[in-house]
Design a protein around this ligand. Structure first.
Ligand code: RB5
Length: 147
């Protein structure tokens, strides 16, 4: 399993903290940028990250921008991506257990470093429960056939 992380300039500092945290905890991490504080476009990063997440069903992605919202809007338009914008650990846990999310979105201007890392840990340590939740995900995926 690989964890791909990415941010725009608005999420750079939190993304870098997450990168180090995941490395320290032994995860295989791929950082797709951005790497400087220069202004950049979050859709470019989200496009790169989501395509890498989809290379393996085992992969997970973490996207950070100023609010986490632009990244989440983009990611959820990509077929096969289920992204959640989380500002608390309860939502982070439940969105793995019930929604089987494969991308977590965070807002650096909303969520501090301490809580941000806790949200990441809670999300990574939770597992999809399947059953009725898979049926509901299948119902959501029906939308892909209507586009
Ligand atoms: C950049 O200023 C900001 O718009 C971006 O980081 C993000 O919050 C967009 O949703």
């Amino acid at each position: 399993m690989k964890i791909i992380i990415g941010s725009d300039h608005g999420g750079l500092l939190l993304k870098n903290q997450i990168f180090q945290h995941l490395k320290d905890n032994g995860y295989d991490v791929d950082d797709v940028g951005t790497y400087t504080a220069d202004s950049c476009d979050y859709p470019v990063i989200a496009k790169d990250l989501t395509s890498k997440v989809l290379e393996s069903a085992e992969n997970l992605g973490i996207l950070v921008c100023g609010t986490g919202i632009g990244m989440c809007i983009y990611a959820n338009k990509v077929k096969g991506i289920r992204a959640a914008h989380c500002t608390d650990t309860y939502s982070a846990r439940l969105t793995r257990q019930h929604n089987n999310t494969n991308v977590l979105c965070l807002g650096e201007r909303i969520t501090g470093f301490g809580l941000g890392l806790d949200i990441v840990d809670e999300w990574l340590n939770a597992s999809f429960e399947g059953g009725r939740h898979q049926r509901r995900i299948d119902m959501v995926n029906e939308l892909d056939r209507m586009r």
